[in-house]
Ligand binder design. Structure first.
Ligand SMILES: NC(=O)c1ccc[n+]([C@@H]2O[C@H](COP(=O)([O-])OP(=O)(O)OC[C@H]3O[C@@H](n4cnc5c(N)ncnc54)[C@H](OP(=O)(O)O)[C@@H]3O)[C@@H](O)[C@H]2O)c1
Length: 239
């Protein structure tokens, strides 16, 4: 079993993305990092830039998830950190009544069930860590209380995306309850509106280095830190 802390991050296919920045920051903190995404060539190119491990992973595919869990078990014998960063289906200006059912199903399969699948498959390996940490990358769009992006703000749309993140937060709570007698801590984090796509900084998005800090905070919480919470920048967010 490796003595280094091993972190696995999903959804790392873009240099501007939060997943890549999280990998970079964890690497700087001394973690051994595995980055993953559907298209291996993209992950490999990014991994080479920061000297981390690249693996192909589709979080909607049971077999792909199981194969990776098997590989990590064989190679490393444990996992210390799982960052469920992969997420998509941002239905900007969408409305619930006009949302396409197939789109909704796919959004749930990625944003909710993708994280759920990952946790089910990697929980045995996380249990072998002295300080297992699961971070579900959620969003203010899944919160009732967020004044800008929240579900109760009638100017904020993204209904499908928001509801999948709301459900992801629910999963975090239920898992924290089930894992309360283990060394594993699980939290949801909102990175805040972050400039992972060109031009969004003009609408107030913050630098990706800052957005990723919310994730890093939850990865590095101490053993007496919280579990089952929802945070941005280490501060509790209302559900
Ligand atoms: N940027 C923001 O303002 C913001 C705010 C709040 C929350 N978030 C959350 O932060 C996370 C990262 O977002 P981002 O802004 O950095 O955008 P991003 O770069 O587009 O990240 C999303 C990643 O998810 C991957 N992905 C999608 N479906 C997948 C699947 N089935 N299996 C594996 N990977 C899959 C995408 O890879 P492919 O190339 O394979 O599609 C992509 O790498 C997301 O969960 C997002 O909801 C972002």
């Amino acid at each position: 079993m490796t003595s280094e802390k091993l972190a696995l991050i999903t959804g790392v296919s873009r240099e501007m993305g939060l997943g890549y920045e999280t990998a970079k920051q964890l690497k700087e903190l001394g973690y051994k990092v595995i980055i993953t995404a559907r298209e291996f060539e993209k992950v490999k190119e990014l991994a080479e830039k920061i000297n981390v491990i690249a693996m192909a992973l589709d979080i909607t595919d049971d077999q792909s998830v199981e194969q990776l869990a098997h590989y990590i078990e064989k190679q490393f014998g444990k996992l210390d950190v799982l960052v469920n960063n992969a997420g998509a289906f941002f239905d900007q200006d969408g409305e619930p009544l006009s949302a396409d059912i197939q789109f909704i199903k796919e959004a749930i399969d990625t944003n909710l069930l993708g994280a759920w699948r990952m946790i089910k498959s990697f929980e045995p390996l996380l249990r072998k860590s002295e300080n297992g940490r699961i971070v579900n990358v959620s969003s203010g769009a899944g919160s009732f209380g967020d004044p800008v992006f929240g579900l109760a703000n009638h100017f904020s749309k993204v209904p499908v995306y928001g509801i999948t993140k709301l459900a992801l937060n629910g999963l975090t709570v239920k898992l924290a309850r089930q894992l309360k007698d283990t060394k594993i801590k699980i939290n949801s984090v909102d990175p805040g509106f972050t400039a992972t796509y060109a031009g969004t900084e003009n609408y107030g998005a913050r630098p990706v280095s800052e957005g990723a800090k919310s994730v890093i905070w939850a990865v590095t919480i101490p053993d007496n830190g919280p579990s089952g919470g929802f945070f941005r920048d280490g501060e509790t967010l209302s559900w």
